[in-house]
Design a protein around this ligand. Structure first.
Ligand code: HEM
Length: 486
């Protein structure tokens, strides 16, 4: 039954195919590196998720052509067959399309800007959280190792909490630690990622034959993904209800929820904006914005332990340009070229979202000479783009010099695309970049990092987790770090 399906003319190569299950038996845990290594010269690769092909954009040329040059054609998301039946509505930002997506994306970008992310203002919130983070580290006995997840997830979540709820809910609400676990389950589970692509690619069959979707949900880990998603939505609904009780429609909005409620009242009809969709949008901001940012910082710390010379150069640059007392702020970015290059290299090697978020091609298209029929699912291989040896010689090496001009100025490489690019690029990019810069520079200014001597695990073992779990997000294994004050 195993078939190495010979590609038809104008069809990208595929690792293999079997009737009904498609390429699933040929997919390895680390699909992204499998595509990079198995098809180094192919801009596109076809994977059959069940009956339908899914096209992988396997290098920067294909990615750029689809996301930027022909962005309008790849603006869709695969239909979420289960969203309506399981969650009660279409909504949110990550998985919607058309007017609903456009209106929510526009509103969310504007609200983020109004609260100061992307400009100054919101930075105050991040600086305060960076201060609290250092206080938490300083208050533990010298030499005690700390979990970077327990430290960084609440710090990062608190920033979004203040933007959305107007309060530091991550450390103030006793239910929050459980919610943080839920984000991780939703973003790091292999079951969630494959289920979404499978349902999206084959949505026609699932719509016609509803029992097929139910079959997919027979697997307990998939039912758990739906259950977690509902629980998270319930929490967001409660926050909306609380705001409805005490929001003042005449005053300046305190947060995203207030801004939304005011926007709803100002509109003549609520065809697009409503309370349930507000809760879904908040859920998306949390799921998309928490684990990604906190795990990038966790990678940053690990790479600094692995490359102590780089860490010392970063510290030296901060010491000379900022000093050792004052907290670095976004204004310092222009003088910290080496540090910015280090963060860029952390994002390239960390590649938090190795296969981005799936897009739907909305009309017949041609990418790098291959025909992509309308309605196909297209997935970028960001991991492969970030490790393409033609663009990044010795791709596994941590080399911030890749982004430095002769006189030491930072110069970005267009192939570093951790946030995707084009019309559906990450909505939180400015906020995330601000958080990464402020948290990372403050930690670098204050501490040396070391692995927990009690755990006796090597960096390699901690990093390996990311290569093996195959979920939506590339996270290092759980580990503890000793922070030694400088
Ligand atoms: C989408 C990466 C932080 C909100 C995305 C996408 C990527 C990404 C790769 C998919 C782009 C595409 O479909 O082509 C990251 C990384 C982050 C980060 C690496 C941190 C280092 C954030 C934050 C927020 C956020 C802080 C929220 C405040 C979103 C949303 C989308 C998205 C709402 C969906 C956009 C849409 O469909 O129109 N992100 N993200 N992200 N991200 Fe982020």
């Amino acid at each position: 039954l195993c078939v190495k399906k010979a590609p038809k003319p104008n069809e990208p190569p595929s690792p293999g195919w079997m009737p009904l299950v498609g390429s699933l038996p040929y997919m390895k845990n680390n699909l992204a590196s499998q595509m990079l290594e198995g098809f180094p010269n192919s801009p596109l690769v076809t994977l059959y998720y069940g009956l339908e092909p899914v096209y992988i954009l396997n290098n920067f040329e294909a990615f750029d052509e689809a996301m930027m040059k022909q962005g309008q054609r790849f603006i869709g998301r695969p239909v979420r067959v289960l969203q309506k039946p399981t969650l009660g509505s279409d909504g949110g930002i990550v998985s919607t399309e058309g007017e609903l997506w456009r209106e929510y994306r526009r509103f969310s970008l504007k609200t983020l800007r109004d609260f100061g992310f992307g400009r100054q203002g919101g930075e105050e919130i991040i600086l305060r959280e960076a201060g609290e983070l250092c206080e938490a580290i300083d208050s533990t006995p010298a030499g005690q190792a700390l979990s970077t997840t327990d430290l960084l997830s609440p710090a990062v979540s608190n920033v979004i909490c203040q933007l959305v709820f107007g309060a530091r809910t991550a450390t103030e609400d006793p239910r929050f630690p459980k919610l943080l676990d839920m984000f991780q389950s939703l973003t790091q589970r292999r079951a969630a990622r494959h289920m979404n692509i499978m349902l999206g690619a084959n949505y026609k069959y699932f719509e016609q034959f509803g029992f097929l979707a139910k079959l997919i949900l027979l697997r307990p880990e998939r039912r758990r993904v739906i259950h977690l998603s509902r629980q998270l939505l319930q929490f967001c609904k409660e926050q909306v209800a609380k705001h409805k009780g005490d929001a003042d429609m005449q005053s300046e909005p305190r947060d995203y929820i207030d801004a939304h409620l005011q926007h709803q009242t100002n509109l003549e009809s609520d065809r697009i904006f409503n309370d349930l969709r507000l809760a879904m949008a908040i859920r998306d901001l949390f799921v998309a914005g928490t684990d990604t940012t906190s795990n990038t910082l966790r990678w940053g710390i690990l790479y600094m332990i692995e490359n102590p010379d780089v860490a010392e150069k970063v510290f030296e640059e901060i010491r000379v340009n900022v000093g050792t007392e004052r907290m670095p702020t976004m204004k310092d970015k222009g003088s910290l070229h080496y540090t910015v290059a280090v963060l860029e290299e952390v994002q390239r090697l960390g590649t938090l979202v190795p296969m981005g978020v799936a897009h739907r091609c909305v009309e017949d298209s041609v990418i790098c000479g291959y025909r992509i029929p309308a309605d196909s699912v297209v997935v970028p291989n960001i991991y492969g783009i970030h490790r393409d040896p033609r663009v990044f010689p010795e791709p596994e090496k941590f080399k911030p010099e890749r982004y430095l001009e002769a006189e030491g100025r930072f110069s970005p490489n267009e192939s570093v695309v951790p946030f995707g690019s084009g019309k559906r690029a990450c909505l939180g990019e400015s906020l995330a970049r601000m958080e990464l810069f402020v948290f990372f520079t403050r930690l670098m200014q204050r501490y040396r990092f070391g692995l927990d001597p009690v755990e006796r695990r090597s960096i390699g073992e901690i990093k390996d987790n990311a290569e093996n779990h195959g979920g939506g997000i590339r996270a290092p294994a759980e580990h503890k770090i000793v922070f030694t004050p400088r």
